[in-house]
Each structure stands twice: as structure tokens, then as C-alpha cells.
Design a protein around this ligand. Structure first.
Ligand SMILES: [Zn+2]
Length: 511
């Protein structure tokens, strides 16, 4: 993601390996009768009672920065949302296919600011409690490994919520003449119930009915448009796993523009009808970008791509919503770089997601370096070195050259930015995760040489395609290059307090 507050830049993370913990504060047990096989001399099956302990799924998935985000005890396989938006209120149902990862007697989902009118599990009415989260008590406890269908009926007037990671509110927003979701890191719960963490990705079908004359645009492929009594229903389908915060949703009046990259990826853009020609032209080279980044990271991971461009006045940001990045017009002051940035995130951030928000540099450092690679591709190596040198200068000095998302962040920049591998939770999208993250990759490239370095980038996107990965996973990959110094070089770049030198570029310059 990327945002501009002065000229603000931003975005996020992932790591790997489900670390779903259980909050076993209370338990229920059930005896299960198990026939033993064979060992009885009389050949009469004996029985032994095995006690299964059912616990409450935890209220967090185990994130190091945001322990309350996500939930434990289950994994979502699929979201099927069927919603009606009337221009103010949202109502409908969320049908989730979930698999228990432990024996559970209750589990939680994130849902904020909306009302629930009924919950069923496999068609049986379930009791529930809606406070800071939605807690579901199935009428029958769910065995580990069992897959069930959860249905939540809900309604309300969706609104944005304060951002746990600093900066502007997240979730459901209004554009100048429409509505949209911008959810990183945790705003998806303002419009549907979810396991709200990138560690739990799932496939999605979204059917949403909007008032006559309006369109609804989302992630994935548009399968169906149908006139209904309430307006027009749009059915969108994402058949690759998607993290809740990466689900695009925009409602308004759009000009749809369709093309195909030379490499064969369909590109379908949705421009708010008031977005001007100069702004639309920034998106003209997306086909070349898709093919260029496919050369870097491997084949484009999804069926189609495109941009949603909205007229905004309060949210100076863009987000790499999966298959269709979302841009507010305010962010377009950053030019073509922001278009390349969000597009590259489809590989690094969307297909390969962080498993922990503390690893956000894996998203933002990689997307920042992708901007620079596009610059090098289109304007030559000197343009890349200029971007690197400017980023180094920005990160080296005490403010006022530094910029960040919050006043605290500005204060922090006077003491130097935190290293990208240790971002503060309240200023997750600080400059360092972007630009020092990008410099980390350039320093690694200069150290390893182009061929091994680009091999690392391609392996990264290939080995963790559609999954989650961590900083440790990246360090292990770097170590596999066989270069004895490479791992410690990256560790210094992402964890050391002081900005390391780049000797090959004479940075920092001699006093
Ligand atoms: Zn980004």
C-alpha cells in the first residue's frame, strides 16, 4: 500500500507458519467410545473411553504486533457473502466454510459496528455474543479437522474505524460520490465477519446488490450481473486465496476500460467517471508492468488485473487489493511509481502474504524496490541509483526531511527511523519499512550480483505463492545462495539500529 500525507508512502507484511494458539480458559469434555481392534483374546471388541477436550478458540491468531487480530481454533476455507447495500445500510449473510484446527466449543470472528440477527452452524441455530468480537457457540462442539458451514445474518450502517497501525481510519469509506473499502491492516471487519488476519486466507464469492444506476467492483472475476427488485446484483469470484484486508470493494459509477498485456493477462480498469484523462494516463503502462514483473517474480499469480480509481478527499492512499488495486485520486501525485508499486504487490504482499504484521517490510520493501526496478527498466540504471541515493539521504538525516504517518513518527525520525524489521505497532507504515526495506534489497543485489539476486526474488515469489512467509523464511532463502556474508548483511539492514553503508555507491558520502 502507499499513502501520501505530505508525500506519504506506506504498507505491510507477512510471515509464515500458522501459530494459532488456544485460549483454553474453559473447556467442555465429551467421551468418545472407541472400539479397539483385535487384541482381545475372546475376540470381543473392548471399548475404551477417550476424553476429547473442547476449548474456546483464542481471541487472537498470535500476531507479534497486534495480538488481538485474527482468531484461533479454526481456519476459513471460503467466504460466500451475499449482501444488499441501499446507499446507506448494508444487510445480508456471510456463509463461511471453516475447518476446526482444535476441538472447539466456541470460536470468534471480527465484526465491528454492525448488528447480528442470527447464526447457524451446519444449519443448526447457534448462540452468539457480539461485543468487541462475534463469539459463536455451536449447539454441538466441533471436532478437530471437521469442516462446517457457518452462516451469519447481519445488517447495519458500515463505517470506518480507527487504525490500529496509525494513520487514517480503515474499513468502509465514502468517496466523493460512492463507497469503498480500504482495510489494511484490519478494517475488513467493518463490512463482513472474518478471521481478520493475513495468516488465514480463503477463497471468496461476493454477491452484492447496489441501488439502480450504481455498479459494484471487487476482487477476482465478474461472473454475473443481474437486475433485482432492489437494484443490480454483481457476483464476483476470487478462486485464489485472499486475505480479508485485500478484498476490494468499490460502489459508484465507473468507466470500464479493458485491455490485455502482451503476456496475455486481461486488464480491466474501473475509473470513477469524474477521474480526468491525465490521471487515467498513469495507468496506461500496466500491461508492460505486468510482463516486466512476471520476468522478475515469475508468472502473474491471478487470472486478471486492473485498477479501481476513485475520487477521494480524505484518504490519500492506495492499496494493493488483490487482482484489482484501489487508488484514491490524492495519491496519484506520486505518479506512475505508485501504479508500479501496487501492481508489484500482487506478487509480494498478495500472493505471498506476511504471516505476521511485524514482517511488513517484506511487502513494502519489496514493492518499493519494484518501483525502483521499473524506474531502472524505463529510464536506465542512473535513475535507479538516484532513487537509492535519495532514499539513503532521507533515512540518514534527522527530520525535517523525514516523514511519517504520525506526529510520533515525525518525532521518531529525528532520532533516526526504526529498522524495518522492528516496526512500531502504532506507526507500522513508517518510511523505514518502505525505503530502508528497498535499500536492503539493493544492497543485497550489489553484494550478490544480478543473477543470484534475481534468482532469490523469483524463488521467493515462487516458493511461497498463494501462502504466507516470514523474515526468517527470507533469511533462509538468502543463506541458500551460498554466499557466506549474505544473511548477516540482510540481518544488519533490517535489524540494526544504524543505517549500514553501501560502499559500492559511496554511501554515506564522505563528510
Ligand atoms: Zn505498498
Amino acid at each position: 500500500m502507499r499513502s501520501a500525507a505530505v508525500v506519504l508512502v506506506l504498507l505491510l507484511t507477512a510471515c509464515s507458519g500458522p501459530a494459532i494458539s488456544t485460549g483454553a480458559s474453559s473447556t467442555v469434555t465429551m467421551e468418545e467410545t472407541v472400539a479397539s481392534d483385535g487384541a482381545d483374546p475372546e475376540d470381543t471388541p473392548s471399548t475404551t473411553a477417550r476424553v476429547v477436550e473442547y476449548t474456546d478458540g483464542s481471541s487472537g491468531i498470535g500476531d507479534s504486533l497486534f495480538p488481538e487480530l485474527g482468531n484461533g481454533g479454526y481456519d476459513v476455507e471460503h467466504y460466500a457473502l451475499d449482501l444488499v447495500f441501499d446507499g446507506e445500510a448494508l444487510s445480508g449473510s456471510a456463509e463461511l466454510t471453516i475447518t476446526a484446527t482444535q476441538p472447539i466449543r466456541s470460536f470468534r470472528l471480527e465484526l465491528t459496528g454492525l448488528n447480528v440477527t442470527g447464526v447457524t452452524v451446519d444449519g443448526l441455530s447457534a448462540s452468539y455474543d457480539l461485543a468487541d468480537e462475534l463469539t459463536v457457540y455451536p449447539s454441538v462442539p466441533i471436532d478437530e479437522g471437521k469442516t462446517v458451514t457457518l452462516d451469519v445474518k447481519y445488517h447495519g450502517i458500515p463505517r470506518s474505524v480507527p487504525n490500529v497501525a496509525g494513520r487514517f481510519p480503515v474499513g468502509w469509506h465514502q468517496s466523493v460520490d460512492g463507497w469503498f473499502a480500504l482495510s489494511e491492516p484490519a478494517g475488513a471487519d467493518t463490512w463482513f465477519p472474518s478471521n481478520n488476519h493475513p495468516l488465514d486466507k480463503a477463497t471468496l464469492s461476493l454477491r452484492i446488490t447496489v441501488p439502480p444506476g450504481l455498479e459494484a467492483v471487487s476482487s477476482g472475476s465478474l461472473l454475473e450481473v443481474e437486475a433485482t427488485e432492489q437494484g443490480t446484483a454483481y457476483l464476483w469470484d476470487s478462486n485464489e486465496p485472499i486475505a480479508p484486508y485485500l478484498i476490494a470493494l468499490a460502489i459508484g459509477v465507473f468507466d470500464r476500460e479493458e485491455s490485455t498485456s502482451v503476456g496475455g493477462v486481461p486488464i480491466i480498469n474501473y475509473f470513477d467517471e469524474d477521474v480526468g484523462e491525465a490521471e487515467r494516463r498513469l495507468f496506461a503502462r500496466q500491461g508492460e508492468m505486468l510482463d516486466f514483473f512476471a520476468g522478475i517474480f515469475g508468472p502473474y499469480p491471478f487470472d486478471e488485473y486492473g485498477a479501481i480509481v476513485l475520487e477521494t478527499t480524505e484518504v490519500p492512499a492506495a492499496l494493493e487489493t488483490q487482482t484489482r488495486s484501489t487508488f484514491g485520486t490524492q495519491i496519484l501525485v506520486l505518479g506512475e511509481a505508485v501504479v508500479a508499486h501496487e501492481l508489484s504487490h500482487q506478487w509480494v504482499g498478495d500472493s505471498v502474504s506476511v504471516a505476521d504484521w511485524g514482517d511488513i517490510w517484506l511487502n513494502e520493501g519489496f514493492a518499493t524496490y519494484s518501483d525502483w526496478l521499473w524506474l531502472e527498466h524505463t529510464q536506465g540504471n542512473a535513475a535507479l541509483e538516484k532513487a537509492v541515493t535519495e532514499a539513503y539521504a532521507r533515512l540518514s538525516g534527522p527530520g525535517p526531511g523525514g516523514f511519517s504517518s504520525t506526529q510520533e513518527g515525525l518525532a521518531q525520525s529525528k532520532e533516526g527511523f526504526p529498522p524495518p524489521g522492528s516496526p512500531p505497532a502504532d506507526d507500522l507504515f513508517n518510511l523505514s519499512v518502505y525505503q530502508r526495506g528497498g535499500l536492503t534489497l539493493h544492497a543485497l543485489r550489489l553484494h550478490l550480483g544480478d543473477e543470484p539476486f534475481f534468482g532469490v526474488l523469483k524463488d521467493w515469489a515462487t516458493e511461497h505463492r498463494y501462502g504466507n512467509a516470514s523474515t526468517d523464511d527470507f533469511l533462509e532463502l538468502v543463506e541458500r545462495s551460498g554466499d557466506t556474508r549474505a544473511r548477516s548483511l540482510v540481518e544488519e539492514w533490517i535489524f540494526a539500529k544504524d543505517l549500514p553503508p553501501i560502499d559500492e555507491l559511496n554511501l554515506p558520502p564522505p563528510e
